[in-house]
Design a protein around this ligand. Structure first.
Ligand code: OAD
Length: 260
């Protein structure tokens, strides 16, 4: 049965944080909630309240109404650009730094497309679902960094004239193969995996903590509410990641946090 901790953290967990050979952090929309970015299962706000993300985030929706889908992502890109990494993102960047400084490994795997982990300082997050700040050609599937703004919505690919789209994984699309391979390998080789701010509903990301358990890792869930993963986690830290992660690092590393 997982140990429910908050505030005073289990000494075994703190020792693991300080000594694990390979730490993995798997994050979902919840870690960005305290940066003001709505999670997927929260209602869409304002203008987009009447739309269901599952109906907009698909290649079929884009083919049927490219302008609507492009504008929905423009709205989300604007929210993301105005957001700042919160203490939860910053704590994971600090944990990476502390882990690498003792010659151990750290892998950050995110389902989020907001790029906030990079902005917080994590070196090379594995972006399972892409990144909303990158754009690609719908036909060639190649990243496009510059294009002529002729006022078309969506804009057109400068190479083939096809439509441009956000570089995010839509429902029914395959995840980037190399990202998924690296994430799976990290889950198989780590000895400590954090599942932070995810409802653990969407595959294949939702399987990663179970892979880690199967290969002998300890799993810690950080989420204000119960999820499907909770009963299988070794530790369940019930609270917002922006509070829990900094608290956990302070309990494990104390003054060392100021030295790094
Ligand atoms: P969800 O919206 O499904 O789940 C967000 C989780 O974060 C929930 O379990 C919340 O309880 C939790 N949460 C909310 N506030 C939090 C906080 N301050 N700190 C910690 N946790 C908090 O988002 P995801 O699990 O990320 O896929 O969704 C997974 C995927 O479903 C997304 O990547 C997206 C969506 O379909 C694609 O776009 C392909």
């Amino acid at each position: 049965m997982p140990r429910m901790e908050r505030g005073t953290y289990d000494q075994d967990l703190l020792a693991l944080l300080r000594n694990a050979r390979h730490i993995v952090a798997l994050t979902g929309a919840g870690i960005s909630a305290e940066s003001g970015i709505p999670t997927f299962r929260q209602a869409q706000t304002g203008l987009w309240a009447q739309y269901n993300p599952n109906e907009l985030a698909t290649a079929q929706a884009f083919r049927q109404n490219p302008r609507l889908v492009w504008e929905w992502y423009s709205w989300r890109r604007q929210i993301v650009s105005q957001a700042e990494p919160n203490p939860g993102h910053i704590a994971l960047a600090k944990l990476e730094e502390l882990t690498l400084s003792r010659e151990a490994s750290f892998t950050l795997i995110t389902q989020n497309v907001d790029g906030l982990h990079q902005r917080a300082g994590n070196r090379s997050p594995i972006e399972l679902h892409g990144n909303i700040l990158r754009t690609k050609c719908f036909d060639e599937n190649t990243i496009i960094e510059f294009w002529q703004d002729a006022g078309d919505i969506p804009p057109h690919c400068p190479h083939c004239g096809g439509l441009l789209r956000p570089d995010v994984v839509w429902f029914g699309e395959e995840l980037p193969h190399e990202a998924l391979r690296s994430a799976w390998e990290a889950a198989e080789t780590c000895d400590l995996l954090f599942s932070v701010g995810t409802s653990s509903l969407v595959e294949p990301a939702a399987s990663l903590p179970y892979v880690a358990i199967q290969f002998g890792a300890q799993v810690v869930e950080i989420n204000p509410i119960e999820t499907l993963l909770s009963p299988s986690a070794n530790y369940v830290l019930r609270g917002p990641s922006g509070i829990v992660l900094p608290e956990l690092l302070l309990a494990a590393f104390g003054r060392q946090l100021d030295e790094t």
